[in-house]
Design a protein around this ligand. Structure first.
Ligand code: GAL
Length: 822
């Protein structure tokens, strides 16, 4: 009897509410129905568990139905077979948060992920396994990759998180953009990707697998596209739908780099073009970029902020108009889902880069008209009506008659975010600092370390447990040595990313790389003593390489040679120290041995109140502060500091480096032209300013009581201007084309004043708006004031009935434009 019962249970479907996810050549199907899917990337470790529900709900409100994330192997398995799924690494909780919001999930396991994440997500201990070669047909690597992938799959299965079990995960990815680098691995590369496909398939997750940027993806893998535009992409199998896994909503930033900006109009154009040309699944990379806390930033040289100019900013605020303009687009696309996924597609070329596409089922039809010309606006005659289609834009006509959306006509407000000083709690002057030196004596005077080798090592040998590695050696030189001269130098070849050189306890200089050129030669005059001399070189990495063929092999630290050079007249005598006995010490003592960033009372007495130093390298600073009042996101303004790490109540908020200024040249001077292909060189800002001055301090890192901020300053800086600020909407500029509603919001605070309002052919951009040549004859400002001031949100129709006649010519696109103070 018992046997029969257990037999019945065993053969029941995995879950009574399981969802069947499959696909055909047109779309992903859910329970047999083709779907238009609008997905957004939110990487769980780049925010906090407390932020997740809000981020996911804002995505949902923005018309997103799927949340995508990578899985970050090196965060979960920092040491071999020692796992961490706690706090913001709680992947199960993240997926359940998505499920609670009623959204689908896409799990891109990788487990190589790129993602501007340290070492592309692979644990550095892999590199140190004898005989291993990463991302190729190599037994030890494939064993480890399979082990981790299986662990994740089993964890999802156990929690019933796959759609096939009633969970939210509808799609999963194996590897990442391997096709971009595959040729460098020869035949082994091809064998590896085939193995990846088989391995993934064998895990039996009951939902489709994808491979991105993999033209030869073996069936049943679906190959997908990544890029700023994917309208011309075609999958490699007639049974694979056209899917876009990464629509880059902006770009990442590196130390020394400028602030990227991709316009809402251009992102919307790319999305609309994709769905015009038969696409059915699209994912924004990123929808929320977030923060590279701790040592998670990759690169090298990726900044702590991973804002990405995404629809939700680093702190989780709406990035307007991008968020709202895309929301409108999503609503329109969803409203025609059936026609887009089941209709017959016919496209006609109307000349001058204009094309019209009709999706038609038996009883409905929906149309797209696109103008890919980069400069010329067009008036298009289509099925007996005239449409104004601006250059580089797509119009959507859900009924093939009425334009309800055009990617270049933005009816969403622009929000200008500002940082406000937290006057109530901690004015800059109120931060009282104590300090202590980093103890470098043991290393710079005595060369004391943990291990010795007769060679210069790649810093990865130390498993990347710290940014820092001391390379120490001593040389005996007599004053009758051939090298001895008054004009001696030390020369160090480094691959980075930062070097601090000490001779006999004295700091003689530092060197660091610039993005893209990580090799440098450091050469500095030295004064040696007759007899023994101590050479101590501190190498600091700034995020390990995350992309490229064999990226994992790129050297870090000081591969050498390290040389002493003596000069007598024209004659140079070189002493190569590379094969000397080098003593190594991993980490700096304050971080890696003594954990001075923790609230350990044993450290209390060792901090000094007097003689607070400035511009002193290798210095610790500590202060206490009250969290800013309110709910707005909090940032730490680190202007005046050099480079280092900051901790709030023991949470590492990431590397800081405000002294590294963004390049002087190449910034956009005026408003950015959305027309024409975007790339990361277009529309960049912040030239000559600190690459990153503000650092996110999530609310959950602070208490309502006294909080502690601790800085490890590596280069030397002045903490006197450091302060906490909140991020708020400063100005909101509403914009609506005729017959649309101008909606304004100060994101939860009342609108305090109207600085500008006009209905007509308004010129300029938010902050510098001007009346055009024609405008409505009623007083637009007072109409808008009445409707908006004192309210948190308001809505006003952009029409001549409300504002009076404009006298604008017939072909002028009239807009109601308002600048409000929040
Ligand atoms: C892609 C990669 C992503 C990310 C992106 C740039 O090539 O798949 O992980 O690195 O580039 O942000």
């Amino acid at each position: 009897m018992l046997d029969t019962v257990s037999w019945i249970i065993f053969t029941l479907p995995p879950s009574s509410n399981s969802t069947i996810v499959s696909h055909d050549g047109r779309a992903i199907t859910i329970d047999g129905q083709r779907k238009i899917l609008l997905s957004g990337s939110i990487h769980y470790p780049r925010s906090t568990t407390e932020m997740w529900p809000d981020l996911i709900n804002k995505a949902k409100e923005g018309g997103i139905d799927t949340i995508e994330t990578y899985v970050f192997w090196n965060a979960h398995e920092p040491l071999r077979r020692q796992y961490d799924f706690t706090g913001n690494l709680d992947l199960v909780r993240f997926i359940k948060t998505i499920q609670d919001a009623g959204l689908y999930a896409v799990l891109r396991i990788g487990p190589y992920v790129c993602a501007e994440w340290n070492y592309g997500g692979l644990p550095v201990w892999l590199h140190n396994i004898p005989g291993i070669e990463l991302r190729t047909a190599n037994g030890p690597y494939m064993d480890e990759m399979k082990n981790f992938t299986t662990l994740i799959v089993d964890m999802m299965k156990k929690e019933k998180l796959y759609a096939s079990q009633g969970g939210p995960i509808i799609i999963s990815q194996i590897e990442n953009e391997y096709g971009n680098v595959m040729t460098s691995y020869g035949d082994a590369g091809k064998a590896y990707i085939d193995w990846c496909a088989k391995m993934a398939d064998s895990l039996d997750i009951g939902i489709p697998w994808i491979m991105c940027q993999q033209k030869d993806a073996p069936q049943p893998m679906i190959n997908t596209c990544n890029g700023w535009y994917c309208d011309s992409f075609t999958p490699n199998n007639p049974n694979s739908p056209k899917m876009w896994t990464e629509n880059w909503t902006g770009w990442f930033k590196n130390w020394g780099g400028k602030d990227p900006h991709r316009t809402a109009e251009d992102v919307a154009y790319a999305v609309a073009r994709f769905y015009q040309t038969g696409g059915t699944f699209q994912n924004y990379y990123m929808y929320h970029g977030g923060t590279n806390f701790g040592r998670t930033a990759g690169g090298p040289y990726i900044t702590t902020s991973y804002d990405y100019d995404a629809p939700l900013d680093e702190y989780g605020n709406l990035n307007q108009p991008k968020w709202g303009h895309l929301k409108e687009l999503h609503n329109v696309l969803k409203s025609i889902e059936k026609t887009l996924t089941y209709g017959n597609i016919s496209t006609s070329d109307l000349g001058n880069d204009i094309s019209a596409t009709i999706y038609a089922t038996n009883d409905t039809s929906s149309c797209f008209i696109s103008n890919s010309n980069t400069t010329t606006d067009a008036t298009v005659n289509f099925q007996g009506s005239k449409y104004n289609v601006p250059a580089w834009s797509v119009s959507i006509l859900p009924d093939c008659k009425n334009e309800v959306y055009n990617s270049a006509k933005v009816n969403t407000q622009t929000s200008v975010m500002v940082k406000k000083s937290n006057e109530a709690e901690s004015e800059p002057s109120s931060l009282k600092w104590v300090w202590r030196p980093e103890n470098v004596d043991e290393t710079v005077l005595h060369g004391k370390g943990d291990v010795a080798a007769s060679q210069l090592i790649d810093q990865k040998v130390t498993n990347d447990v710290s940014d820092y590695l001391w390379y120490m050696t001593s040389v005996n030189i007599k004053d009758d040595d051939p090298i001895w001269s008054d004009n001696m130098t030390i020369r160090v070849n480094g691959t980075g990313h930062v070097l601090h050189a000490y001779i006999n306890g004295e700091h003689i200089g530092s060197e660091w790389a610039t993005y893209g050129i990580f090799n440098y030669v450091f050469e500095k005059k030295v004064k040696l003593n007759p007899g023994k001399n101590q050479i101590s070189l501190l190498s600091a990495t700034v995020g390990l390489q995350n992309y490229g063929p064999n990226y994992d092999e790129v050297q870090s630290g000081l591969p050498g040679p390290v040389e002493l050079i003596g000069r007598k007249g024209d004659e140079r005598v070189i002493m190569d120290l590379s094969a000397h006995k080098w003593v190594y010490k991993v980490g700096v003592s304050g971080i890696d041995d003594n954990k001075l960033y923790t609230e350990d009372s044993r450290n209390e007495t060792k901090w000094y109140v007097e003689d607070l130093p400035t511009n002193r390298m290798m210095t610790w600073y500590k202060t206490t502060f009250k969290a800013p009042l309110g709910k707005e996101a909090v940032v730490l303004d680190l202007q005046g500091l050099g480079k280092g790490f900051a901790w709030v109540n023991g949470h590492n908020i990431g590397r800081y480096w405000p002294s590294f200024l963004a390049q002087e040249d190449g910034c956009s001077t005026d408003a950015c032209d959305y027309r024409g292909e975007y790339d990361d060189k277009k529309c960049v800002y912040n030239c000559g300013q600190p690459t990153q001055r503000w650092y996110h301090v999530p609310r959950s890192f602070m208490t309502n009581d006294v909080n502690t901020l601790i800085l490890f300053e590596e280069f030397g800086g002045n903490p006197s201007l450091v302060n906490f600020q909140t991020v708020e909407v400063g100005t909101a500029c509403g914009n609506a084309y005729e017959n649309n509603h101008m909606e304004l919001s100060c994101h939860g605070r009342p609108i305090s004043a109207i600085k500008f309002a006009s209905f007509g052919d308004v010129q300029g951009t938010c902050g510098s708006l001007q009346k055009g040549t024609c405008q409505a004859n009623n007083d637009a400002s007072s109409i808008v004031q009445k409707a908006c001031v004192g309210k948190e949100t308001c809505s006003v129709k952009a029409s001549e009935e409300v504002f009076g006649a404009t006298g604008c010519a017939g072909d002028v696109a009239k807009r109601l434009v308002v600048e409000a103070v929040c």
